[in-house]
Design a protein around this ligand. Sequence first.
Ligand code: PBG
Length: 324
Amino acid sequence: MSFPITRLRRLRKSPAIRNMVRETIVNRDDLIMPYFVCPGEGVQNPIKSMPGNYQWSVDLLVKEVKELYASTGIDKILLFGIPEQKDEDGSVACRHDAIVPRAVKALKEAVPEVMIVADVCNCEYTTHGHCGTIVDGDVNNDITLKTLSAQSVTLAEAGADIIAPSDMMDGRVGAIRRVLDESGFENTPIMAYSAKYASAFYGPFRDAAESAPQFGDRSTYQMDPANTDEALREVQEDINEGADMVMVKPALSYLDVINRVKSSFNMPVVAYNVSGEFSMVKAAAQNGWIDEQRIIKEILTSIKRAGADVIITYHAKEFVLNNE
Ligand code: PBG
């Protein structure tokens, strides 16, 4: 009798057998591609720290999303806005002619097949760059719920398919659910950024969205990277308040959190592979230090393997172009 009896290498012998027993496969349908929309016409402004990403004016964003859908079949996008003007409480985002509602209307007319997730937060719209209204030097929770609610209704009215609050105020999911229901949007799902950490991995995004806080940081409302029990409490709370999907953000340094959330709740779990995670891959690839496409596939596979059902990633388009 030969030794060893168990030879795990038997199932690794050829591509055919490896493909047959593979446990985790990332599909186009798992992916959401984020975009940044800005004022003007004919604008495609490169975001330096996020190669291949741009601030798009509405007209060119429509073209790009049409092309995305035609070339990859990706039919889910996430929108962020860069407004023409900011104010103290972000109420510029609650106007029907605000930048994201305008983009949503144009996209829904041109490519109705593509589902639009609208990020809801004030940080892109406030002069100070915090996610809500400042009272006595800190973001006031309950006042901020009002602007978040109004922004959500405006986005739903414009035609957004999913509302995704990313501000980390307590009670925002319940508050938003209530106003959506009262406004006739009881069938619009909420994708809650439930376990969102105060992370240095958001750095490049803040260049892209021009949303860096002008004083202090976000650690009085976003989570401490050291905590996971607290992540489960955040998720539980959002589920109780009516969230349809829950998110963990960032993804790569938080695979354990993704795994705990997925195994604790019977809910679709979304993971956000954030800007800093993306930009580190791009920087290393530009230096020729890594095999970029293999790394991207490994990263997305790991996030799904950890328990994510859906992945928001700036790699979505290139991943599908290189793999399907
Ligand atoms: C808005 C928001 C942020 C991100 C998504 N929504 C920035 C932040 O919280 O500072 C980060 C996304 C990324 O880094 O890719 N609050």
